[in-house]
Ligand binder design. Structure first.
Ligand SMILES: C[S@@+](CC[C@H](N)C(=O)[O-])C[C@H]1O[C@@H](n2cnc3c(N)ncnc32)[C@H](O)[C@@H]1O
Length: 177
């Protein structure tokens, strides 16, 4: 009997420990999509496909290290760029990396709780489930570009095959709300 309760206690403690580790990991990084940057050699193509206009607001939802935003901000200095990041480490890294760009703002938020302005453009490099969840809560007239991962169960308006794709990024999926 004592052996049974000891084993049960050990199992409960192990579950609590694993839960805590996962929670801490989620705070530091994010469980929804790993902190993996999109390949920088694809930035020129993605930037061109986004067709950014002056005064437009462009979001990178789950902005990681912020390097894609920096590329865009350098080439479109008259547009506004917003990075949203839930992982603490990538948030600090992107805030530091973008510190010299007045037209980039980084927020430490969950993309599922952040309100997107109508008529804006969004870039994401997230898993299909997150892309779908996001599209369902976007306002009207928003353009969303998803690198490599199509939204689950939704037909993209356009799928563009990238030139010189990498093993982790082959297509850009476009959705219009
Ligand atoms: C694959 S990385 C892409 C980084 C960047 N967009 C790029 O292209 O280099 C995904 C990022 O999204 C962040 N992320 C995942 N889920 C998120 C959420 N719900 N809210 C905010 N950020 C999230 C992760 O912490 C990670 O840094």
């Amino acid at each position: 009997m004592i052996l049974f309760f000891n084993s049960l206690l050990i199992i409960i403690l192990a579950c609590v420990f694993i839960g805590l580790v996962l929670k801490i990991y989620d705070i530091i990084y994010s469980n929804e999509a790993p902190f993996v940057s999109s390949p920088s050699k694809l930035y020129p193509q993605i930037y061109k496909l986004l067709e950014i206009k002056p005064n437009q607001t462009i979001y990178d939802l789950g902005c990681g290290n912020g390097k894609f935003l920096i590329y865009c901000a350098k080439h479109s200095p008259k547009s506004n760029f917003i990075g949203i990041e839930k992982g603490l480490i990538p948030f600090f890294i992107s805030t530091f990396n973008t510190r010299r760009y007045a037209n980039i703002k980084i927020y430490y938020r969950d993309i599922n709780k952040f309100n997107i302005k109508p008529n804006s453009k969004i870039f994401v490099y997230l898993f299909p489930k997150s892309v779908t969840k996001l599209i369902h809560r976007l306002p009207k007239n928003v353009s969303l570009y998803s690198l490599n991962f199509p939204a689950k169960g939704l037909r993209p308006n356009k799928k563009v095959g990238l030139i010189n794709p990498t093993s982790i990024a082959k297509n850009l999926y476009f959705y219009k709300t």
